[in-house]
Design a protein around this ligand. Structure first.
Ligand SMILES: [Zn+2]
Ligand SMILES: [Zn+2]
Length: 275
């Protein structure tokens, strides 16, 4: 018998077992299934494809991103009405496996392939609309730049904190040394040196770390001091004291640099240490 035929028979057998397993749990493909994670207790929804997508024992990863992995039945699966998805704001799809899943938070994990969505969050959140910026009046441009800087850094902080937790959890499961917990990535120099000392540097993924770190100080000034240069900022950033009392400068180029740097760190760090 040729190999292709054997392979097709194997797949057919897998699909058969998959449908039988769903039926034994009173479930079906293309229907909305409610899950409760035994690990984190969070709820999620999945819509499964007609064809088997999973490992032979049909295990999945918690869609809420806690890292828990177990057989499907352990997630207390039950069919629910379509309108149930209104309670789950974050809809995702794995195009490789044709699995749809809904969670209530922002971080999610593909239940089928176990891939978390950190890269998707950063890429979709920190896109700068240049046309919109160029059409603004001068006074509005300043507000736009301040808000963008704040927003990019808070998204970066949130994504990196989630990645840090995930990284620690992964390494616990694998039984290898992981990174130390990082409370905040807003104090980016402190976070960076803690990670570097533990052997998980982030600074090497940015073209100009000094500029990157400086812009975190600028954001700090915007949030806490209306963007007016004070003594603390001048000392930390080696800004001439003659600038104290002036508005700190922010340029659209700074925002584009920040966007690129944050995406670079998340994507590269993910690639090196998490995937
Ligand atoms: Zn979970
Ligand atoms: Zn998948």
């Amino acid at each position: 018998m040729d190999k292709k035929k054997l392979w097709l028979e194997y797949l057919e057998q897998k699909n058969h077992e998959y449908i039988r397993l769903l039926e034994s749990l009173d479930l079906a493909p293309d229907k909305q299934i409610h899950l409760t994670c035994p690990g984190c207790s969070l709820e999620s929804l999945v819509i499964l494809p007609k064809k088997c997508f999973s490992s032979p024992d049909f295990s999945i990863t918690c869609p809420c991103g806690c890292g828990y992995y177990d057989s499907f039945a352990e997630f207390k699966p039950r069919l629910v009405a379509l309108q149930e998805s209104d309670n789950f704001k974050n809809m995702n799809v794995c195009h490789s496996c044709s699995v749809y899943y809904f969670v209530k938070g922002r971080v999610s994990n593909r239940p089928c392939c176990g891939i978390p969505n950190f890269r998707d969050i950063i890429a979709s959140s920190v896109h700068v609309d240049l046309a919109k910026f160029n059409a603004l009046a001068i006074a509005d441009k300043r507000v736009f730049l301040e808000k963008e800087l704040e927003y990019i850094i808070s998204i970066f902080d949130g994504v990196m904190r989630s990645m840090n937790k995930f990284h620690i959890q992964n390494n616990l499961v694998l039984g290898v040394n992981g990174p130390p917990p990082i409370r905040s990535f807003q104090s980016v120099d402190k976070a960076s040196s803690t990670l570097r000392n533990a052997g998980f540097p982030i600074d090497c993924f940015v073209d100009d770390w000094e500029k990157f770190s400086f812009l975190f100080q600028v954001r700090h000034l915007v949030v806490h001091s209306l963007g007016v240069i004070d003594e603390g900022f001048a000392v930390k950033t080696k800004t001439p004291p003659s600038k104290i009392g002036e508005l700190v400068e922010i340029d659209i180029a700074d925002i584009l640099f920040m966007t690129k740097s944050c995406v670079d760190i998340v994507v590269d760090y993910y690639g090196y240490y998490l995937s």
